[in-house]
Design a protein around this ligand. Structure first.
Ligand code: ATP
Ligand code: MG
Length: 206
């Protein structure tokens, strides 16, 4: 049986926190493949990604290149906006068939916004959720289960590697000229420098 994981995100840029939770869930749930899905620009949101959708996809591609279990997916970049997770998972469910297990992977910080997600009830029918703990966030499972009907049987919470890395901090560090090496793959860092993303200069070596 196919067991598929989907890790959605802005990936602005992708880092080892993302890759480590993908690896953890892959191992813990015995997944066949984990798709990493960069989100399109959201026209109605006031904070937009700094890198373009194509640049974020390229960074995700580079980050997944050395692991056959991790696959970069452009599924959200082909649909007209706004891009909702429930639509992505419904598309995937149609491609995979009813037999496949489908898991949406998220960090515990993202879990707290679950009650506000578009058509969360439908999402929980199409896929199960696996939330991985993240430093600085304490998910309140009890409270969430009371606010989101159907969540109780569809959510697995994992401890995870607890890496304290975030894209926003990496962007800040890059802009300030501080080193970010060892927090994201070298191939991603090389691309950031080549494209001069986040205020980096090609001269920055690490
Ligand atoms: P930003 O700081 O810009 O919000 P981010 O590091 O949170 O970036 P996202 O692209 O927003 O990265 O995250 C995509 C998904 O990965 C989310 O579900 C988020 O909770 C999860 N995630 C990101 N970093 C970590 C981490 N270090 N540990 C656990 N989960 C993480
Ligand atoms: Mg985030």
């Amino acid at each position: 049986m196919q067991r598929i994981g989907v890790l959605g995100g802005t990936f602005d840029p992708i880092h080892y926190g993302h890759l480590a939770i993908a690896a953890e869930v892959h191992w813990a749930l015995g997944l066949t493949t984990v798709y990493l899905v960069p989100a399109a620009h959201q026209p109605l949101k006031d904070t937009q990604p700094r890198a373009s959708a194509q640049q974020r996809l390229e960074m995700v591609r580079r980050a997944c290149a050395d692991n056959a279990a991790l696959v970069a997916s452009d599924i959200e970049l082909h649909r007209p906006p706004p891009s909702y997770t429930v639509d992505t998972l419904t598309d995937l469910r149609q491609q995979l068939g009813v037999q496949a297990e489908l898991w949406f992977i998220l960090g515990a910080d993202a879990l707290n916004s679950l009650p506000r997600w578009h058509r969360i009830g439908d999402l929980l029918h199409v896929a199960r959720l696996v939330a991985v703990k993240r430093p600085g966030t304490a998910p309140d499972r009890e409270a969430l289960e009371q606010t989101v009907p159907g969540l109780r049987d569809r959510l697995v919470l994992l401890e995870g590697p607890n890496l304290e890395i975030s894209s926003s901090l990496l962007r800040e560090r890059i802009a300030a000229g501080r080193p970010v090496r060892y927090q994201l793959p070298d191939s991603v860092l090389a691309y950031i420098q080549q494209q001069q993303l986040y205020g980096s200069s090609a001269a920055t070596s690490e």
